[in-house]
Design a protein around this ligand. Structure first.
Ligand SMILES: *Cc1c(COP(=O)(O)O)cnc(C)c1O
Length: 451
């Protein structure tokens, strides 16, 4: 019996224990009577990532520097996750009324919440200012709305502007926020932009922050750090022109990429801090408070999808396993497989790691379109009906960003902890969506509306 260890030994050992326990405790299984699909979150892993983030910055920052690590809620919009992170000292970065409501439901205070979004309504802005939530404006028209709101009712909410440093793309176009023509923020290198920005701050003493979020999956650390260096240089220029430290806080965004190829957690937060120290050493001097907004790098490695292989067949001499995990959970993988490859960990029906001679096979999901594949010609022990597949690294933007194709239900999410004797305890984080709920959300009570 092979254990699925491949770097990150402790986490993978916890994972294998959790898979076995999930089957034993009836959360998922290979038998026809069992649940065909569930999702797991490794609570200890999430805490370890939060601690790694906090300590990497604390080790580099001048003592006493104010710092807020705001978790990007879109990466894992689950109230118990937000509360766990809050318990570990983190706040929330939100970008919609729904995300703000989740942060509030998790008990995250306004003063530890940051609102970013390129299309905030006037009502959202008014609410944020009234609550004292930090706001990063995306564009001059939004700034004009803030002018009006601040004139109506002075606010204690910290307000900043988001810039696009135009430092260039990473390997995934759809996730590159710092291209010359990105939709986000005010483009720093466009003609006249720098002068406009400095003037905007001098005219508005209440603008005290600057924001950039230039990293993401596929963006090298040095390129992310270059965006932060540009942010710091602009803050210095504004403060110089103002003759005072008007900009007092830099929000450097998130965007640390994640390794989807093995259990190794790389790059680490400490490596990113090292890249920042190299690109912008003054960032850590204590002259500015810091806000960060990490999402994927805090959660991705700690999520696992577990799905039953329902059937297998061979088509055009290629073996195919038809499973319950597909586009509804791994939307990006199905539509952009080259950019979003996932590992497939084979388990038998009892939840033990499955070994066997590798055979190239396709791993397909349940949805009715041909591209609903998690892996193509992947070398794995030949999967059989009743086996389970584990899809690791799915704690951010996968099962927490459900895609409602084919009315496939949102699966349950369970957190797990492993006790001293290897005893696994599960805690329900999100119940599975019921068929009744699907009908209700699809206008079930409005059946006659179009007659
Ligand atoms: C998505 C997003 C983040 C988080 O990005 P990750 O790649 O998940 O770390 C942070 N800030 C903003 C403004 C975002 O849009």
């Amino acid at each position: 019996m092979a254990a699925h260890t491949d770097g990150g030994g402790e986490a993978s050992a916890r994972r294998d224990l959790a898979v076995r326990a999930a089957v034993d405790q009836g959360l998922v299984g290979g038998a026809d009577s069992a649940e065909p699909l569930t999702c797991l979150l490794d609570t200890a892993g999430i805490r370890a990532s939060a601690a790694a983030l906090t300590s990497a910055f604390a080790a580099a920052l001048a003592p006493g520097t104010p710092v807020l690590h705001a978790f990007a809620v879109k990466a894992a919009p689950l109230v118990p996750v937000l509360r766990l992170l809050a318990d570990a000292g983190l706040g929330c970065e939100v970008a919609s009324p729904g995300e703000l409501a989740l942060a509030r439901a998790a008990g995250v205070p306004a003063g530890r919440t940051v609102l970013d979004s390129p299309a905030k309504t006037a009502a959202e802005l008014r609410e944020a200012l009234a609550l004292g939530i930090a706001v990063n404006a995306d564009n001059p028209q939004e700034l004009a709305r803030l002018d009006a709101l601040v004139a109506q009712a002075p606010t204690g909410a910290p307000i900043g502007l988001r810039i696009n440093p135009q430092t260039g793309a990473g390997t995934i176009d759809a996730l590159s926020t710092a291209t010359a023509t990105s939709k986000f923020g005010i483009a720093l290198r466009d003609p006249g932009a720098r002068e406009w920005l400095v003037r905007a701050y001098l005219d508005r003493p209440w603008l005290t922050r600057l924001h950039v979020h230039s990293g993401s999956q596929g963006v090298p650390l040095a390129l992310i750090a270059e965006g932060v260096r540009e942010l710091h240089a602009l803050a210095e220029e504004i403060n110089e022109a103002a003759g005072r430290r008007q900009v007092d806080t830099l929000d450097i965004g998130g965007g640390l990429p994640v390794n989807f190829a093995s259990d190794e957690e790389t790059p680490r937060f400490a490596e990113y801090v090292a890249a920042l120290r190299e690109a912008a050493p003054a960032l850590f001097s204590g002259a500015y408070g810091l806000v960060t907004e990490f999402g994927r790098s805090l959660l991705a490695k700690h999520g696992l999808v577990l799905a039953r292989v329902e059937y297998t067949k061979t088509t055009g001499s290629r073996p195919i396993a038809l499973t319950h995990a597909g586009v509804q959970l791994a939307t990006r993988t199905a539509y952009a497989p080259a950019a979003w490859p996932v590992r497939i960990l084979p388990y038998d029906a009892k939840g033990a790691p499955k070994s066997g001679a590798p055979v190239a096979q396709d791993v397909a999901g349940p949805a009715c379109f041909a591209g609903d594949l998690l892996a193509t010609a992947r070398e794995l022990p030949l999967l059989a009906p009743g086996d389970l597949i584990g899809v690791p690294d799915t704690g951010a933007y996968f099962f927490t960003a459900h895609y409602g194709y084919n009315s496939l239900p949102r699966p349950a999410v369970h957190g797990f902890t492993v006790g001293p004797e290897g005893r696994v305890r599960f805690a329900l984080v999100r119940p599975a969506q019921s068929v009744e709920a699907i009908v209700a959300e699809a206008g079930g009570a409005l059946g006659d509306a179009l007659l």
